[in-house]
Design a protein around this ligand. Structure first.
Ligand code: ADP
Ligand code: MG
Length: 322
């Protein structure tokens, strides 16, 4: 596969941080709002270069506000923003040149072909013809065959890939996708994920917002959870999954024992009754399934079957935001 131009990837910021937000706050004080709305409260966040970073959060958490500040369509109230080593207040143009934004809405000129749309966008960025990467970009997003088809004949998924292509025209080292697969069906979602992955393999730092936790679990190596304008947690996905602090051990016991009260030593483990036995929820940093099973045997309870369950991103998300 052809890689995007290394033009902007060559000089990585010294600290290997693609985006740094320090004390970032946004208060909307629009007329008609009875009280000002604190959409972002003292956000501190570091997005490393080269990662696929997922910004998760329920509706109204502040995800779009954060992205719109980066895009330059919302003015921050306080704090500082650094993009690829450039300060947003001192160097807004260079900051923006370092980012490509894929908006959520499918706002596409249906009378242009993908090829024409990319050439037009390149013209807006004053990219000389010789340096344009139109064909390469169309290949990366899998639209080579449709290069000269009118956009109105493209499927929803193809239109979205066309938006990704447009955001790549100026070869930004960072690509930001706001809810990239909202309203896209499952098969096309997989295709889009492949595109995102191959862009990342080519060196592009990816930031995406999503409310599909499955998407974050599948794609992202770093995850931040935003709730009511605050960053609740920001970790690598594997650390986040490990740090949930709970694991469930479910035990099936013989039918004739299911009616009997459990021995006190098991009651002290706070069992949750299930149709065939009980579940013990424990902190994997403090004990393990083996120890708990030993306790159960010691108490004279016969074990027919066991299973364990480790929370996924969705469980953790619900624990944190509810
Ligand atoms: P998300 O993208 O996570 O759903 P938003 O950033 O869109 O969240 O919104 C965060 C909060 O800020 C919400 O309470 C929303 O109502 C409010 N908000 C967003 N945009 C504006 C605006 N232009 N004026 C006033 N309040 C706004
Ligand atoms: Mg939003």
């Amino acid at each position: 596969m052809t890689k995007p131009s290394p033009r902007n990837f060559l000089n990585k910021p010294d600290d290997n941080i693609a985006i740094r937000l320090s004390g970032l706050s946004k208060t909307y004080k629009a007329q008609g709002l009875s009280t000002p709305k604190n959409a972002l409260k003292d956000i501190n966040l570091e997005i490393p270069t080269g990662c696929i970073f997922g910004l998760l959060g329920p509706n109204g958490a502040g995800k779009s506000t954060l992205i719109n500040i980066l895009a330059g369509t919302v003015i921050k109230s306080a704090g500082s923003v650094t993009v690829w080593g450039e300060n947003l207040d001192k160097n807004p143009r260079q900051c923006r040149a370092n980012i490509g934004i894929v908006p959520q809405e499918l706002n596409i000129d249906v009378f242009l072909t993908p090829y024409e749309a990319l050439e037009f966008t390149a013209g807006m960025y004053n990219i000389p013809r010789k340096e344009r990467l139109t064909k390469e970009i169309l290949e990366i997003v899998g639209l080579t065959e449709q290069s000269h088809a009118y956009a109105r004949t493209l499927s929803g998924g193809m239109k979205r890939r066309m938006l990704v292509a447009k955001a790549m025209v100026h070869s930004p080292p960072i690509l930001i996708l706001d809810e990239p697969t909202a309203g896209v069906d499952v098969a096309l979602r997989q295709k889009l994920w492949e595109n995102v992955r191959s862009l990342n393999d080519a060196g592009v730092t990816i930031v995406l917002t999503t409310h599909y936790l499955e998407e974050a679990e599948e794609l992202c190596d770093h995850v931040a959870i935003l709730n009511r304008g605050e960053v609740i947690v920001s970790k690598t996905k594997s650390d986040l999954l490990k740090s949930s602090g709970r694991k469930d051990l479910s035990v099936t016991i013989p039918q004739d024992q299911q009616q009997n009260p459990l021995p006190d030593s098991i009651k002290s483990l706070n069992p949750i009754a299930t149709p065939n036995g009980f579940t013990i929820r424990f902190n994997p940093e403090q004990t393990n399934s083996g120890e708990i099973l030993k306790e159960i045997s010691k108490a004279g309870v016969q074990i027919i079957d066991v299973s364990t369950y480790q929370p996924d991103l969705e469980d953790i998300f619900l624990d944190i935001t509810s």
